[in-house]
Write a protein of this length. Structure first.
Length: 1133
């Protein structure tokens, strides 16, 4: 080959080809310069141009491109400074090409508009004011004061130019600071995932490379700011910039200081010592060392070790099994671990490393980086640099490496030294010199593979290569040759990559391991390990799990951020700064599509192209093109078709990051426009008032938001979505009390407050239970601003709510008073639906208080007024159907009267009606009432079947009262069937109801008493419970159950005294007379049986037998067995 290169013809041909490709490269860059300058690749282009300038420093065309690029990025001053530097360096001055370029920059010539295809929409990107986290490096420079003024100026300019170049190479946006200094902004104009880390790296590099004859003070600070539209003023408010400069002035010359907020974000990436300069904020740190490029996992190691792995036991065990196979068969295995960012790919690999640390003879870690993806063997060179270190042993290590390299491929000592230096200094440029000495790309890779092969002779190897999606071609070839040439060596190579990575290796078999989001249990475990002191409540942890959506990185960041605010007891609404920086940086990579992402974030996590097109006033084709960019970047994904193509942010935090990066004014504008679009949308038949209200509120149009929230609450209430309805009414009430509370009172506002309170009370009545203190307080407040003449339906709703809690808070005398008021309101309104509800209330109240004839009369009237199509209207007003509820109470009343046959017929009819209506709360009600009917009829089999049906519905749809009823009756039935273990859970339910809804606790205590009686509990225990239950019954006034309670109390007294206790006999007689007065032959019959059992006098026994014959004629038994009467519902099977 060298002989051929000596041929003049070949050399001339090679030079011609080089010149051709060089000119084509410059032409290609210039043709695309305008687009590149306004894209996220602008900084990368500038870095590449500077590298080319270093290769060809006298190429004017290259310097022209550098100047145009700087100007295109908005840095006109720096472009002119570059020209001035060339002017000072060149003997004859810059050529005409550069002079014209300078003039173009000074007086920009407007370009003729390009001809655009009718179907194409050019995308332009411009700087705009945005909320984002920006990190500032402040460099304050001071020349030697002993020098001549002119010499000071020259040295100052030279130093600033050198510092400018270093900061620029680290992706900083540099502007001149007032006085003698520079300000470099990281995360502006384009965001980066590691902007703060990049800033400290850049600052450290500036400190290390600064001229020795200049005094330099450097600081780094970060904050959330509103960025500027002028590239010369990235921080218009100036507070962050001023703070950074003040911090720099507080330090000594030749030092680098970071603020507490920066230290919090980069601890683990650098070495620090405390800084206590005058005027420096408490917690500031001095940077004392830079161990080199690290990733998040490395930094966490440095901060104190990895968080224990959660939810990856199966994956870790699989990797361990592959390692064992590698050791057993002495064969290489390449495992590709793939998953989206933040799922723990690198962490999983490091945990395997820790587990097998004593088994692997050699372990190597390669880390691919986005900014080094075009640098030959960048991760390999960085690994060598890390091994070399910064201590006193680095020189001897480099010499040892040179000897090993020379031995591996029989290299000359000079070549081996040069290669060792190139490998251990990733920022050095010595590749061309190595190629000139015969070490081209292939030779270098061969040397490295031979090095690994010799290492493998000593024992098993573990190689971890992170982030293959940023891998350069040299590293890819190195890994491929490793597999080919170490085919008989125990080598396990763990490769991690995002889902976008596709392997180009045809002859390297990969074992794939894909990571998915953590399940809730594993997410809970991860939070538990972060929150070792249990400072977070269960509610906060549940919120974190919901927001994190199984992504370990997000979960950890959110948990740590929340722990800082744990004292407040609330989850912070904003994203953690580090996580926000990462997500906004990813959004920046979408280019001009970020505007669309902002608008989509205002809509919500789910959005469709039709609404998005109207919101942005852009054609659907343009929207789809930009969405394809967001989809390609993994920000959104299509989820189906509904009124156009529907999309979804892949993670809720992606949406939040896009939303928070907008200015408040722009958010407000979009919210308002979106609310108008949704409210006036002709493409939908039903308006989503909840969304409309939310957008109106965020648009600052509170007056319009309140009625929209009321509409949303009433619509949700009518559909049985009680929890959602409660939230909507709370939102409306919050606006009325807080946002509009300082305005003059008005009838409209009073009416809105009344609607909000009434809806909130009615919703919570079903959610929290009849005796809830919260519900009762809501209705009492509502009563104070409600009048029957203003709105009879609304006033009735308030009385309805107060009546439901009356049994718990005031007793049944108050319940009767409210029932009478409700009947009066209903009759005066002449509203048939209100009359149905009023008769139900009267029937219910009379039943509980033991007035069975009046109860049956009102129940009958309620059913007579009912029509089949009344159900949705009744539910919309009361969350239940009072007519079907009346039928359920009628079944109880009829059974209390002794008409078992008619009672079961009415209950069967109620079940059939509920099944036909497909209204879950009504179905839960009727089956709970059917189970209670089984209790009253002393039929545990029937009660158990119906209780389980009620319980299944209540648990599926979260109905607390019917769940408690189902559990209590299920345990009662099991106890009556002989299961004594059912008594304890029944007791728990009865005690719980006594504290929550005291007004309905009597019947639950009755369940418990009967179960204790049936299972042979001690008479003393039964007596204690019966006495307490009777006391509560007499206090509340629910006399309907008094006979049954007195009978069980008498039974306990007589059993305890072997039939001799006079109080027991008196109590038994009271129970019999009360049952007779109520018209309840069932309890009267049971008391007569007790007379026959405990009486020792034959006269009393004969009397009780005669009375039993009489009473049996008053009871009409059930006609059909329960199996035939139950109507099966296939949906609940």
């Amino acid at each position: 080959m060298r002989a051929l290169q000596d041929l003049p013809e070949l050399a001339a041909w090679a030079q011609t080809q080089r010149d051709h490709y060089w000119s084509q490269l410059l032409l290609l860059i210039e043709e695309n310069l305008d687009v590149l300058c306004h894209s996220s690749d602008a900084e990368a282009l500038l870095t590449e141009l500077q590298r080319l300038v270093a290769m060809e420093p006298h190429e004017e065309a290259l310097h022209r491109l550098v100047m145009l690029t700087l100007a295109g990025m908005g840095n006109r001053e720096r472009a002119l400074e570059h020209f001035g530097r060339l002017e000072r360096q060149a003997v004859d001055g810059p050529g005409q090409l550069l002079v014209r370029t300078r003039d173009e920059i000074l007086v920009p010539t407007p370009k003729a508009p390009a001809t655009v295809s009718p179907t194409a929409t050019p995308e332009t990107a411009s700087l705009r004011a945005e909320r984002r986290r920006v990190t500032v490096v402040a460099c304050l420079v001071q020349a030697d004061s002993d020098l001549d003024v002119e010499l000071q100026h020259e040295r100052m300019q030279h130093t600033l130019e050198q510092l400018d170049l270093v900061l620029l190479n680290h992706r900083g946006h540099v502007v001149r600071a007032p006085g003698c200094g520079l300000l470099a902004y990281f995360g502006y104009p384009a965001g980066r995932e590691q902007a703060t880390v990049d800033a400290v790296h850049a600052a450290w590099q500036v400190l290390q490379t600064a001229p020795s004859d200049c005094q330099l003070r450097i600081s780094v600070d970060t904050d959330l700011i509103v960025t500027g539209v002028d590239p010369d003023t990235p921080d218009p408010a100036g507070q962050l910039s001023q703070r950074a400069q003040a911090l720099a002035r507080s330090t000594d010359t030749g030092t680098l200081v970071v603020s507490p907020s920066v230290h919090q974000r980069v601890s683990g990436y650098f070495l620090f010592s405390p800084h206590a300069g005058t005027g420096a904020p408490e917690g500031s740190q001095r940077v004392t060392g830079d161990p080199g490029p690290l990733d998040r996992v490395d930094a966490q190691h440095a901060r104190g070790g990895l968080t224990p792995l959660a939810g990856r036991t199966e994956e870790l065990e699989r990797l361990h099994q592959i390692w064992r196979q590698t050791l057993k068969h002495h064969k290489p295995h390449f495992v590709l671990i793939q998953g989206e960012a933040g799922l723990g790919k690198s962490r999983l690999a490091r945990h395997l490393d820790e587990r097998i640390r004593g088994q692997a003879r050699s372990r190597f870690l390669l880390k691919c980086r986005e900014d080094r993806s075009r640098h030959l063997l960048a991760p390999v060179r960085q690994a060598f640099a890390t091994w070399l270190g910064l201590g006193s042993m680095n020189a001897s290590r480099q010499r040892r490496l040179a000897r090993v390299l020379g031995t591996a491929r029989s290299l000359d000592a000079d070549i081996a030294d040069a290669l060792a230096h190139w490998l251990t200094h990733p920022d050095s440029n010595g590749l061309e010199a190595l190629a000139a000495q015969g070490l081209d790309r292939d030779h270098i890779i061969d040397v490295l593979v031979e090095l690994a092969r010799r290492r493998a002779r000593r024992g098993p190897l573990l190689l971890i290569c992170d982030d293959l999606h940023w891998m350069d071609s040299g590293t890819a070839e190195f890994l491929r040759r490793l597999y080919q040439r170490l085919h008989d060596r125990p080598l396990l190579t763990l490769l991690t990559a995002r889902m976008s990575f596709r392997s180009n290796w045809r002859d390297v078999p990969l074992e794939h391991l894909r990571l998915h989001a953590l399940p809730d249990q594993a997410a809970h475990e991860l939070i538990e390990r972060c929150d070792t002191r249990h400072r977070l409540t269960k509610h906060l942890r549940a919120q974190l799990i919901e927001r994190g959506e199984g992504v370990p990185l997000f979960l950890e960041e959110l948990t740590r951020y929340t722990l800082e605010a744990a004292r407040t007891g609330t989850l912070p609404d904003t994203l953690p700064p580090g996580l926000a920086n990462l997500l906004v940086a990813r959004l920046e990579q979408t280019g001009t599509a970020r505007d669309l992402a902002h608008a989509a974030a205002v809509i919500g996590r789910d959005f469709d192209t039709r609404i998005l097109s109207h919101l942005l006033e852009q054609p659907a084709d343009t929207i789809r093109r930009q969405l394809s960019r967001l989809t390609g970047r993994g920000f959104v994904e299509p989820v189906g078709v509904l009124d156009g193509v529907r999309y979804r942010f892949r993670h809720a935090l992606f949406q939040q990051a896009a939303y928070e990066s907008m200015l408040v004014a722009e958010r407000t504008r979009l919210h308002g426009r979106l609310a108008d679009l949704l409210r006036d949308d002709q493409g939908t038949s039903n308006i989503d008032w909840g969304q409309v209200a939310s957008h109106l509120y965020h648009a600052g149009r509170v007056d319009e938001a309140v009625p929209a929230w009321l509409e949303a609450g009433e619509a949700a209430f009518a559909r049985g979505m009680l929890l959602e309805a409660s939230h909507y009414f709370e939102d409306a009430l919050s606006c009325l009390d807080r946002e509009l509370g300082d305005r003059e009172p008005s009838e409209e506002r009073d009416a809105q407050t009344q609607r909000a309170l009434g809806g909130l009370g009615a919703s919570n009545l079903a959610l929290l239970g009849y005796g809830s203190r919260t519900v009762h307080a809501i209705f009492e407040r509502t009563l104070g601003i409600t009048a029957p003449q203003r709105d009879a339906v609304q006033y009735f709703r308030v009385l309805w709510g107060l009546w439901h809690g009356a049994g718990s808070w005031h007793g049944f005398d108050e319940a009767h008073r409210l029932a009478n008021d409700m009947e009066q309101v209903a009759e005066q309104s002449n509203d048939r639906l209100l009359r149905i509800a009023a008769h139900y209330v009267q029937g219910n109240t009379h039943f509980w208080s033991g007035q069975l004839p009046l109860a049956l009369e009102h129940q009958t009237q309620a059913l007579a007024l009912y029509r089949e199509d009344d159900h949705p209207h009744l539910v919309a007003r009361h969350t239940e159907n009072p007519a079907i509820s009346s039928r359920g109470f009628m079944a109880w009343t009829l059974l209390f009267f002794g008409n078992h046959a008619r009672a079961w017929e009415e209950m069967d009819a109620a079940c059939a009606e509920a099944a036909a209506l497909e209204h879950r709360p009504t179905e839960a009600f009727v089956y709970a009432f059917r189970a209670a009917l089984g209790f009253f009829a002393d039929d545990p089999d029937e009660a158990l079947t119906s209780a389980r049906r009620a319980l299944a519905i209540a648990e599926d749809y979260d109905y607390p009262l019917w769940r408690a009823s189902g559990l209590a009756l299920q345990h009662w039935a099991l106890a009556r069937q002989g299961d004594t273990s059912a008594v304890a859970p029944l007791r728990e339910q009865a005690d719980a109801l006594r504290h929550i809804m005291d007004g309905v606790s009597t019947i639950f205590q009755l369940f418990l008493l009967d179960a204790l009686h049936a299972t042979g509990a001690k008479p003393s225990e039964r007596l204690q419970i019966a006495t307490a239950t009777l006391t509560n019954c007499l206090k509340r006034g629910d006399h309907g159950f008094e006979p049954a309670i007195r009978r069980l109390r008498a039974h306990a007294l007589l059993e305890h005294s072997d039939g001799t206790d006079n109080e027991g006999w008196q109590e038994l007689e009271r129970a019999r007379r009360l049952a007779h007065d109520h018209g309840n032959p069932n309890i009267e019959r049971l008391t007569l049986l007790d007379y026959a059992r405990f009486a020792r006098d034959d006269v009393w026994r004969q009397w009780s037998e005669r009375e039993l014959l009489r009473i049996n004629h008053c009871i009409i038994p059930r006609r059909h067995p329960s199996e035939q009467a139950l109507q099966q519902n296939p949906r609940l099977a």
